[in-house]
Write a protein that binds this ligand. Structure first.
Ligand code: FAD
Ligand code: NAP
Length: 468
């Protein structure tokens, strides 16, 4: 048999997860002119693009234009998409090992980190993961309900996801109806009674994780005043010293300037208020059968291992509220047969090469990229460089021919397997039909698209196209 990666024996790669990192990995593999490679990109959903479709806020449509880049990758020779195929459920990892020389896991971090406080699971307390999935029409969250009938909602966390959910809660009906927000979310948000959205950061303005455009946007809402108590932006000596040092980055400096400017504003009397609080941690969520209030603890910052950590001062305050959105980060979900670092919530790896265990070597032919490789941080573009590192390591292993030895590398084998198992998979062409149908549904309303929410609706659309 000739070398793997030649015309007679092309490199066969399965990529699991069609988000940004899956597409960037595919692009890096397929654009190498010297290598003969074929990539099959799997996703558990019929729709590709991961969080670009199911995470990025609907009122930020420009960010989604990165999809054009992924469409170019999908048009490359050797690329195939298999949507609606969940690895570890519809196909096992062991089965992929029989069909491919290499497997790259790019499954993202699909669940939420827990706060570990009493009342966290009361009805009315939700992970931002669920709220984001719900307003973005992710099929997993189609049946979720959010009670928006109270006057106050509390968002926990100071990252960009917290900014997104606070903003989405405050958008007007008119603004929402120009976006691709799920219809069920538009209806529910239109009927909301929420007048105040309190955002709790456990550390200070200098330590906030959000970025400049996202915080500035909260100050430009059509129907919400942004409110920051001047005391909240008075910095502790260590934060002030850092801000004045050469170490400070522009993002932090501009964040603090923006928050100071907010604190000098007089509210304009808009219908809603977004109140930004710092040095405030949730201690308990209370209520009789549903969320009625949240106990907030006041923190001070203490230096520990070179960073400023939040320490409870013991001071308490109780805020009445009916909705709590916990936006304290995402974490990965293990897949059967893939070594997982439970502590970090990631696939165990070194530079994208999956390790058998903490002390053992590389699991031949198994790789990872994106959030599930490095953790749930970084913007879309961060995943391009991240996927490159993984693919460079994969190419080194092609060079030394340290790959899997599949029993059946024929491209038809996976189609046969899926048919045998009765899995109705979605090709990239099928996805384009779904895409066109969604865009068509949006056109009469001046919206970019009206998303399908249920997998069955998406499959029916493809069925209709095939029949017609
Ligand atoms: C709410 C939110 C908003 C964001 N907004 C922005 C923004 O505005 N701008 C920006 O630059 N960045 C934004 N980001 C960050 C950006 O979305 C991520 O950096 C990026 O999506 C991570 O890419 P990924 O491919 O690693 O994971 P994902 O995008 O999560 O993709 C993972 C894919 O794997 C699939 N999958 C999971 N398990 C399986 C399985 N077992 N079998 C098959 N498929 C599977 C999933 O369905 C999904 O399609 C946002 C993130 C979040 C959470
Ligand atoms: N528009 C955009 O570009 C955009 C939009 C959305 C998301 N993203 C990106 O996607 C990534 C994920 O965003 P994210 O907001 O989920 O994560 P993130 O940026 O890591 O922010 C998580 C926030 O939760 C806080 N937190 C963690 N544990 C906590 C606890 N126990 N109690 C209280 N607060 C706690 C963190 O505070 P500490 O700092 O104190 O730990 C931090 O403020 C980020 O890189 C983000 O930039 C980008």
């Amino acid at each position: 048999m000739s070398k793997i990666g030649t015309e007679d024996n092309p490199l066969r790669v399965a990529i699991v997860g069609a988000g940004p990192s899956g597409f960037y990995a595919a692009e890096h593999i397929l654009k190498d002119g010297d290598l003969h490679a074929q990539v099959d990109l799997f996703d558990r959903l019929p729709t590709p693009f991961g969080l670009v479709r199911g995470g990025v806020a609907p009122d930020h449509p420009k960010i989604k234009s990165v999809i054009r880049v992924y469409e170019k990758t999908a048009a490359r020779d050797g690329f195939r998409f298999f949507g609606n195929v969940k690895i570890g459920h519809d196909i096992e990892v062991e089965e992929l090992e029989k069909l491919y020389h290499a497997i790259v896991f790019t499954v993202g971090c699909e669940t939420d980190r827990q706060l570990g406080i009493p009342g966290e699971d009361l009805p009315g307390s939700h992970a931002a993961t669920a709220f984001v999935g719900w307003y973005n029409a992710h099929p997993d969250y189609a049946d979720r309900e959010f009670d928006l009938s109270s006057e106050r909602a509390v968002v926990i966390g100071n990252g960009n996801v917290a900014m997104d959910v606070a903003r989405m809660l405050a958008l007007t009906d008119h603004e929402l109806r120009q976006t691709d927000t799920a219809d069920h979310a538009i209806e529910a948000l239109d009927a909301k009674q929420i007048r105040e959205i309190v955002v709790l950061g456990r550390r200070g303005p200098v330590q906030a994780a959000f970025t400049n455009p996202e915080i500035k946007e909260l100050g430009e809402m059509e129907d919400a005043d942004v409110v920051v108590d001047p005391q909240e932006v008075e910095l502790d000596p260590a934060s002030q010293a850092f801000l004045e040092s050469d170490e400070v980055d522009k993002t932090t400096r501009v964040n603090v300037e923006t928050l100071k400017e907010f604190s000098e504003r007089e509210p304009e009397g808009k219908k809603q208020r977004i109140v930004l609080r710092f040095l405030s941690s949730p201690v308990e969520i209370k209520g009789d059968g549903k969320v009625e209030s949240i106990v907030v603890g006041r923190n001070e910052l203490v230096e520990e291992g070179g960073t400023l950590r939040a320490k409870d001062t013991g001071e308490r305050e109780e805020l009445e509220c009916g909705l709590v959105l916990r936006s304290v980060g995402y974490t990965g979900i293990p897949i059967e047969g893939v070594p997982f670092d439970e502590k970090r919530g990631l696939i165990l790896n070194e530079g994208g090469r999956i390790l058998d265990s903490h002390d053992a070597g590389h699991k031949t032919g198994h790789y990872t990229a994106g959030w599930i490789k490095r953790g749930p941080s970084g913007v879309i573009g961060t995943n391009k460089k991240d996927a490159l590192e993984t693919v460079q390591n994969l190419f080194e292993d092609v060079e030394s021919q340290q790959l899997l030895s599949p029993e059946n590398p024929d491209p038809v084998a996976v189609e046969d397997l899926l048919e045998e198992k009765g899995v109705r998979y979605i090709s990239f062409e099928d996805w384009q039909a779904i895409d066109q149908a969604e865009v068509g549904r949006g056109e009469p309303h001046g919206r970019p698209r009206v998303k399908f929410v249920r997998v069955e609706e998406m499959l029916e659309t493809v069925g209709e196209r095939l029949a017609g």
